[in-house]
Write a protein that binds this ligand. Structure first.
Ligand code: N01
Length: 540
């Protein structure tokens, strides 16, 4: 026995990550009486809400749905200030949850799991951390998030930049003061579009380096009234049920008709009303925007017109106007994003037309010109869906690594987005091929956590030691996911969903697009049929 093995701690379950998913998983496993340890790289709870502290960071699902609903008491005692609260309030909520349920003693902070290997002989996961700890667990559960591994583009010369640079996904805890500075922001996805208006208010000059223009609709954030919050609380059970049955884990669903069924006048009225109410209204107004090219273009054109109306300088407006599909990159809602380009201190550089060639000690040099900058912000997104899983050396039966099995992302294969064959007793919360990022994350997380804990309870009650997805069930699920995705416009668009944002990453679309409510029904049916598609093994 080696020295390290001597110090192995034995747990029933190890969970990775103390964000929405890891915290609730811990709560449920403790309720079942399992000894559980959560490992968290940060020194506090919150997951993405711990790291994404950039100016303007806020949720874009409405707050009364963007929270846990499993505890009626918790749901009713927390009051959100507004429709889309800022990151500090969301982090405060998650800390409140950790305190209320006394989760911290079972969370080991500032510790990153580096490897998890399944040992066939003992039927246990052997897990190592970057602090040199060794722990074994019967159940290995990942709650590492779908968009949590920052993508800092590999641009020549970054090391030579003499100013400060930041990535929106790993923002410092202390306030970053841009007052009087010439700031460059690279990237115009959700993080760029949220931070650009805020940085512009402070900077002496802000230069936005845009590769692809994005559609965005106004959030129309507003404070909540006490009457509204009381009404939400009074309808707690109904709201939870509606969310569970909905397509995206929210209270509302897609419209019932095709956009093409409406007359041009009716369509304009619907879209204008959606625009005025803000948020996801336009995306959900009709039932076929993501599948119907002609219909999609009608909405896209509506938003293009709005951009041209909002931005004073026609040349800037044209650069900001997207030409691809609407909603097939992650849809964005904003607060005065396009209006920001009317400020004197903001300019836009199209880096598709004149690509970034290098970062110099003074700023960014494109094919056309050098832009002098004191600070640089990368709002360049994440290695989504698989990035955070692949950072850990996860190995299943016969020492096969997850990365190897999934062909570095090219052949992601799961059963229900929760498990993968050859990796017994391992569960992935919001894993690839689950609805995850296409819905309201806390809702999709709750469903996964509840399914996994019910499954573990069943295994314990039935004296089953091992659960493992069957290769056949996995193949069928992955095929089903692919067929559904191929029937939409998602797979015809370059985005982080498809892996196109990471150079050298294999393309795919590892997300279940059939909707959250229908997905929940499938998972429940699998369980009710004695975990159909899984092998359940009892070891003598
Ligand atoms: O990242 P993104 P994000 N040179 O990948 C550009 C969630 N989220 O952090 O489109 C120049 O969307 C890239 O250009 P292109 C949400 O799910 C939620 O903004 O690839 N530009 C793009 O413009 C979201 O979808 C909230 O051509 C480069 C941008 O960087 C997800 O996180 C808030 C480049 C990246 O956009 C990711 O959003 C924030 C390069 N080398 C985030 N590399 C909420 O509201 C990349 N880009 C809850």
């Amino acid at each position: 026995m080696s020295a390290s093995q001597e110090h192995e701690t034995e747990m029933d379950a190890v969970v990775l990550g103390a964000g929405f998913s890891g915290m609730y998983m811990l709560y449920r496993l403790r309720e079942l009486g399992l000894s559980t340890r959560v490992y968290e790289a940060a020194d506090g709870v919150g997951g993405v809400w711990y790291w994404n502290r950039y100016p303007g960071a806020r949720c874009d699902s409405e707050s009364v749905y963007y929270n846990y609903t499993f505890s009626e008491e918790l749901f009713k005692e927390w009051s959100w200030s507004s429709r889309y609260p800022e990151q500090p309030e969301i982090l405060q909520y998650l800390n409140y949850v950790a305190d209320k349920f006394e989760l911290r003693p079972d969370i080991q902070f500032s510790t990153r799991v580096t490897s998890a290997h399944y040992d066939e002989e003992s039927n246990r996961w052997k897990i190592q951390t970057d602090t040199g700890e060794h722990v074994t667990a019967k159940y290995f559960i990942t709650g590492v998030g779908c968009i949590s591994t920052a993508n800092v583009p590999n641009i020549k010369g970054l090391d030579s930049f003499e100013g400060d640079w930041y990535h929106t996904g790993y923002w410092p805890h202390e306030k970053v003061d841009f007052t009087g500075k010439r700031v460059g922001v690279v990237g115009t996805g959700s993080s760029g579009i949220q931070s650009i208006p805020e940085i512009a208010k402070e900077a002496a000059h802000l230069t936005v380096f845009q590769r692809t223009p994005q559609y965005s609709v106004p959030a129309r954030n507003h404070s909540y009234t006490t009457e509204f919050l009381n009404e939400v609380n009074d309808n707690y059970s109904e709201i939870r049920k509606q969310m569970q049955e909905s397509m995206a884990g929210m209270r509302f669903n897609f419209g019932e008709r095709s956009i093409l069924d409406d007359t041009p006048e009716e369509r304009r009225r619907v879209l204008q009303e959606g625009w005025d109410r803000g948020g996801w209204e336009i995306l959900f107004a009709y039932n076929d925007l993501i599948t119907n090219e002609e219909g999609n273009d009608l909405v896209a054109e509506f938003i293009r017109e709005k951009i041209r109306e909002t931005v004073d300088d026609p040349e800037t407006a044209e650069k900001l106007t997207p030409s691809n599909y609407y909603g097939t990159k992650r849809a964005i809602v904003d607060t005065e994003y396009f209006e920001t380009y009317n400020r004197e201190n903001v300019s836009l550089v199209d880096v598709k037309e004149a690509p970034i060639q290098e970062i110099t000690s003074n700023g960014i040099r494109t094919a056309d010109e050098e832009y002098e900058l004191d600070a640089l912000v990368f709002a360049t997104g994440f290695d989504g869906m698989t990035g955070s899983l692949f950072k850990i050396d996860i190995r299943g039966r016969e020492n096969v690594s997850l990365k190897e099995k999934w062909g570095n992302g090219a052949k992601t294969k799961t059963y229900l987005g929760l498990t993968t064959a050859g990796f017994p007793n391992m569960f992935m919360l919001t894993g690839p091929e689950s609805p995850s990022v296409l819905g309201n994350m806390p809702a999709t997380i709750e469903q996964h956590v509840e399914w996994v804990s019910d499954c573990i309870e069943h295994l314990r009650n039935s004296n089953v030691d091992v659960i493992e997805a069957d290769a056949k069930a996995e193949k069928e699920w992955s095929k089903h996911c692919k067929e559904l995705a191929d029937s939409t416009l998602y797979t015809k668009t370059d985005s982080w969903y498809t892996g196109a944002n990471i150079s050298g990453k294999a393309r795919g679309f590892p997300i279940y697009v059939g909707g959250y409510g229908p997905y929940r029904e499938i998972c429940d049916e699998v369980a009710s049929k004695g975990y159909e598609g899984f092998s359940l093994i009892s070891i003598e």
